[in-house]
Design a protein around this ligand. Structure first.
Ligand code: NDP
Length: 331
């Protein structure tokens, strides 16, 4: 979509009177004639907008200390490819890198609310019956449903996205618990979050929730976080687990076991340790598991163009850039 992106960015820059100050170029890695050609383009650029897969391409050029980029703007929210490439090449980052931010919150919150309502109103089961078991469709009435205002959601990670999910869920009457890494002082607490907890209080949050939603970044601290307890603390309320953060927070086998043991009553999974989810995964065969192909939020051209325009404006005026990745912190 780079042509549409360039067109949208051109319009925005023109609207702000910045077009004549910016020389816009377009380059498809697959069309470059050589690594030297790539290096020349990188050396000539101040701002590069890239798919994160670019970090698999020619690290000797990408991590060269000769580059003087003011910004490499990734078009996705996660930075795992970047961190892996840095580690694999024993490299340090010679320029600032930003992730896509500022627009995914509402997309992700709509996904979470959609899943909560879908589970409560049994939409996946109903569609299944319509397709394969119409005679028994009316029996689903016996399952009933719960009101959203009687439900608690526990959100792991209250960043840009987690906070927006909290806002949407609170608006629908749910009780909201949120887990953060650093303590949130009273004056900074949001009215849409009823209970704040930290990493060490994870089990308490799990046991209080009817829905557990992970929207943490993948870092050495978050990888395998939910494997430790294996959802045992969920045994009483049997929540539905919604994973829209990253797959490596828990092994798929841990989710399967928790559903079989009835510690979880279901799962809506958008991210996996291996994507696409291998056809051999036991998750495919479980009732009450909804699998979506990593599309809780997609990068949209207009939103990307707006962010890039804002970043260019900041580069030109010397203001701090947005959504910077902190390699040491891991997100
Ligand atoms: P942010 O960087 O804004 O927020 C991350 C939050 O996670 C911060 O509040 C941070 O805490 C918290 N955090 C980090 N490590 C820990 C930890 N060990 N324990 C507790 N909290 C922790 O990111 P976003 O909200 O924008 O995005 C979150 C993730 O969502 C992305 O990294 C990406 O993996 C995923 N994502 C998935 C998409 C999809 O389509 N499925 C689309 C977009 C994003 P603190 O505030 O203290 O730093």
């Amino acid at each position: 979509g780079s042509k549409a992106m360039l067109a949208a960015l051109t319009n925005l820059l023109r609207g702000k009177g910045l077009l004549e100050r910016v020389d816009l170029g377009n380059c498809n890695v697959k069309e470059l004639s050589s690594d030297d050609d790539f290096k020349k383009r990188m050396m000539n650029a101040d701002v590069v907008i890239a798919h994160p897969d670019v970090f698999q391409y020619c690290p000797s050029v990408l991590f060269s200390s000769e580059l003087s980029l003011k910004l490499l703007q990734i078009i996705y929210a996660g930075c795992n490819q970047l961190l892996k490439a840095l580690a694999d090449n024993n490299a340090t980052l010679p320029y600032p890198v930003a992730r896509m931010g500022g627009s995914f919150g509402p997309h992700m919150a709509e996904y979470v609310v959609g899943q909560v309502i879908g589970f409560e109103r049994h939409f996946p089961k109903i569609i299944g019956k319509q397709i394969a078991d119409r005679d028994n469709l009316w029996n689903i009435r016996d399952l009933g449903y719960r009101r959203l205002r009687d439900l608690t959601i526990g959100i792991l990670g209250l960043g840009d996205i987690g906070r927006e999910i909290a806002k949407y869920c609170k608006f629908l009457g749910m009780t909201v618990w949120g887990m953060t890494r650093t303590p949130v002082p009273k004056e900074k607490r949001l009215s849409c979050v009823d209970q704040y907890r930290q990493l060490g209080e994870l089990e308490e949050l799990l046991s209080a929730s009817d829905y557990v939603c992970n929207v943490l970044p993948s870092t050495p601290e978050t990888a395998g976080l939910l494997d430790k307890d294996g959802f045992k603390s969920c045994a009483e309320k049997k929540p539905v687990f919604i994973n829209i953060g990253r797959g490596d927070i828990v092994k798929e086998s841990t989710i399967v076991e928790a559903i079989k043991n009835k510690w979880l009553s279901g799962a809506a999974l958008d991210v996996f340790n291996e994507e696409p989810l291998p056809l051999t995964s036991e998750l495919w065969g479980l009732d009450n598991v909804v699998i979506t192909p990593h599309m809780a939020a997609l990068t949209m051209t207009d939103e990307l163009a707006e962010l890039v325009c804002e970043q260019i404006e900041r580069c030109l005026s010397g203001k701090p850039l947005l959504y910077m990745i902190d390699v040491k912190r891991g997100y």
